[in-house]
Design a protein around this ligand. Structure first.
Ligand SMILES: [Zn+2]
Length: 327
């Protein structure tokens, strides 16, 4: 079958992958001064690979939490860690060290996890990637997730036991979309998935929830529920067949966080959805490296991100799974 491979540039045209907020001023709370740099050093840093530099940082910065820039081009000062195991959540892919975020994201997850468990009948939720300790571009997996306000949450109930670190690296989420890309997979889809997505979309701090277009179509199709207002925040996107992507609004403490334009009015169950099911879109094969920000340079980020990168680190208060002999 003919398959169309999409160049990474294609994705840069999209909302998630929009241009860098280059004009963002410094964070609200100044970081401790870093050592003076020469012009040559500054120029070298500007041209350096941002995802390589940010992914090397294992700890967050000192200072108050501030989300800086835009979801696909920014960084995070004063990030906090979601504990890898909670009463109603477990963090997956712990070895990636991406369970960091702005405190509003961590607070959201700690509040959402028990609510989602109650709404679905699940033991709890499985949390995928959030952000790196200092946010910034990720070398693989995502274009966004850069300012500590994005999180992937799996379409899979948390098991009634604590998963080992190895299991968390190996277990895969449940794919809810049929092979044709047009419908949900009836073997895997259930009412609990609807409750899960709805509970996320109904939270006031949530900006939008991204799901595969086939899932959005199914949510639109379901009858018998008069109140569909929550559906406006549920937006169709490529992939997202085995997880939801929850994006929070810019927090009040982060004036240099650039807001995403609000979702259009209405439930989104109109003919705009049809675009996702035309043949050439269904045949798109997006290469793994197109879904990352590995090509971004420091000059593509707000200037304040250089200070975040070079700021002193703060030791985490939460014990990491990798540091303890047992999960
Ligand atoms: Zn995501």
């Amino acid at each position: 079958m003919f398959r169309l491979v999409v160049p990474a540039a294609f994705l840069t045209l999209t909302l998630i992958c929009s241009a860098a907020a280059k004009d963002a001023p410094s964070p609200r709370v100044p970081l401790p001064p870093s050592k003076p740099v020469t012009n040559a050093e500054a120029l070298k840093l500007q041209n350096s690979n941002a995802s390589a530099l940010f992914s090397e940082k294992k700890l967050p910065t000192l200072g108050e939490a501030v989300a800086i820039g835009y979801y696909p081009s920014g960084c995070l000062q004063g990030g906090v860690e979601l504990p890898t195991t909670g009463p109603t959540w477990q963090v997956m892919r712990v070895s990636r060290n991406r369970n960091w975020g702005h405190p509003e994201l961590v607070n959201f997850l700690e509040r959402f996890a028990p609510m989602a468990a109650k709404a679905t009948g699940w033991q709890g939720i499985l949390v995928g990637d959030m952000a790196q300790p200092r946010g910034g571009p990720l070398p693989f997996g995502h274009k966004s997730h850069q300012i500590g306000l994005d999180v992937d949450i799996w379409f899979m109930p948390m098991p009634d036991r604590v998963l080992s670190k190895e299991e968390r690296d190996k277990v895969s989420a449940i794919d809810l979309v049929a092979a044709n890309g047009k419908d949900v997979n009836r073997k895997n889809w259930s009412a609990a998935d609807v409750a899960f997505i709805r509970t996320a979309a109904e939270q006031p701090e949530v900006e939008r929830v991204l799901v595969n277009a086939a899932i959005k179509k199914e949510l639109c199709r379901i009858k018998g529920d008069a109140d569909k207002s929550w559906l406006s925040k549920v937006r169709p996107w490529y992939g997202h067949a085995d997880h939801i992507h929850v994006r929070l609004k810019c927090p009040a403490d982060s004036p240099n966080c650039r807001a995403q334009p609000s979702v259009p009015p209405g439930d989104g169950c109109d003919k705009s959805l049809n675009h996702w099911f035309v043949d050439w879109i269904l045949r798109l094969v997006i290469p793994d490296d197109a879904g990352s920000a590995k090509g971004m340079r420091m000059k593509d980020l707000p200037p304040a991100c250089a200070a975040v990168l070079n700021a002193p680190g703060r030791r985490s208060t939460n014990a990491r799974m990798n540091d303890s002999p047992n999960p």
